[in-house]
Design a protein around this ligand. Sequence first.
Ligand SMILES: Cc1cc2nc3c(=O)[nH]c(=O)nc-3n(C[C@H](O)[C@H](O)[C@H](O)COP(=O)(O)OP(=O)(O)OC[C@H]3O[C@@H](n4cnc5c(N)ncnc54)[C@H](O)[C@@H]3O)c2cc1C
Length: 563
Amino acid sequence: MEKIRQAFLEGMHRLGLDPSLVTWTMQDDILILEGQVERWQQVVDVGHMAAKIEGVHNLVNHMTSLDQPAKPVRDLSAYYDMDVADHADVVIIGAGVTGCGIARQLSKYKLDILVVEKEEDISCGTTKCNNGMVHSGYDSKPTSLKAKMNVRGNAMYTQWAEDLHFRFNRTGSFVLAFNEEEHKTLEGLLENGKTNGVPGIALITGDEAREIEANISPEAISALWTPSAGYVEPYEVCLALMENAIDNGARLRLNCEIVDIETTEQKVTTLITTQGKITCDYLIDAAGLYADEVAAMMDDEFFTIHPRRGTLVIYDKENAGKIHTYSGQAPANYTKGGGPQETPEGTLLFGPSAKEVPEKDNLAVDQDDLDFVVNKGMFLIKNVERSSLITFFGGNRAATYMEDFIIQHSKKLANVIYASGIQSPGLASSPAIAERVEGLFLELCPDVEKDENYNPVRQERKPVRFCSMEERDALIKENPLYGRIICRCETVTEGEIVDAIHGKIPATNVDAVKRRTRAGMGRCQGGFCQAKVLEILARELGVDETEITLKGRGSNILKERTR
Ligand SMILES: Cc1cc2nc3c(=O)[nH]c(=O)nc-3n(C[C@H](O)[C@H](O)[C@H](O)COP(=O)(O)OP(=O)(O)OC[C@H]3O[C@@H](n4cnc5c(N)ncnc54)[C@H](O)[C@@H]3O)c2cc1C
């Protein structure tokens, strides 16, 4: 204890902060920080400093800052009086790539699995706003769970893509060096990557890199090459996972927020939700940015999520083919560095940046972040016009202060598993995370029977834009709506939009249609097609157009009828 006290005091002095501003206590093996400082970045700095102290294995940071916006207070009392609405053997909180991957993995057993999601659609948390990169795993600390999960998850993606029919381009990735210091960083990453077991990792010259990727900056002197890296469209992966889980019997409740959790005799029994009480035998916390708040509901708080914002920039498809592989720069603290890449759809994407922010739900993009991402991308590759930028967006990573994934049994509650703190490379790691959670579940429930009807293969219809003329003719004969183009930029037909609205996981708002069909993702960003998509949604759902939202509750697009 004395050693921790001393290290904490020294750390506070290093940060230039008055130690009396922060109190720390040790409960079991958890270091808990309380106090108030001026700026949010200081809250995060103190958390990171304390997490590095020898002997600290778990850290809860309750500190606040003066520049932090006040959290709205909600009255949740009505939910406690609601009746029991459902029971499941296993409840998974969160329908992101982690939760949906776990649901699919466990759907191979004779279990009633229920995924609960607070939003109106799946893939609405961090899973909708990331690079879609299946990282190779060169950068995580070899002792970390992130390293293990990343390398294993990357290898598993080939089978996932084959079974689930989502697009996956294994094109490799570069990290570029522009001077001797950066080259040395790459040498360190090479050793790290080798220790992590990254296949084919190599340090090559700038010229060798340009032979593979002609538009890499002529100033790059060397590159770390990892051929196993690849790219997916992340919401496509999430949708495929959940659809396949549903095919295998799993259930999904959307618009269902867990607001509290009841426990009896060291077990979770009942979830208080916005749709009534749900009882369960096992609970899996895959709640992304809110996983710590879910843990606190169970009186099992042992980590804190601090959101780390990344900004991403998208360029017009006229740039397709200018670069195929991610070409980043030597990484900085807590980020892989960011850089240009091409998505499987042929969209050029720059980013992400990394900035600590106090609000989990605020995805606003700051001008300085935007400038940083654009300027860095323009420096790393050539032949891209700034004016071809079509949009930008932000996403928050669910970082813990230990900066590693938490995939483990609860130490307090006998029927709870955590799949939490899944920051980057969470998408790349998701197959391995699902596999690890399956292992943890089998330890709790060793007698569970396999379901002999389990089918890992998902059936899906080829998008019209990839169909030959003959295939399009056949589709139009089946349904003339496949001949009516609604989104001209991305060649999306009315037939596909109607299919999405009535699909296995129905798309009930404009963004949900976009994630399934790409309507609105192109150059005009919905300028031409959004009104038509809205009209189709209203018609198919049998509601007034004013009821159609962009992304769920409170995001109505039209205010009132004018004529
Ligand atoms: C800018 C950026 C770039 C990234 N790039 C990459 C990359 O290239 N490669 C990579 O591997 N990783 C990347 N990541 C990380 C990756 O996106 C995440 O690790 C991954 O999406 C996490 O998925 P998840 O399912 O754990 O969380 P989420 O997708 O956030 O899902 C959690 C879900 O839980 C729901 N939820 C929360 N609380 C409750 C509640 N109380 N009741 C009900 N539901 C609840 C949320 O609504 C959400 O849908 C990036 C992240 C960012 C921000």
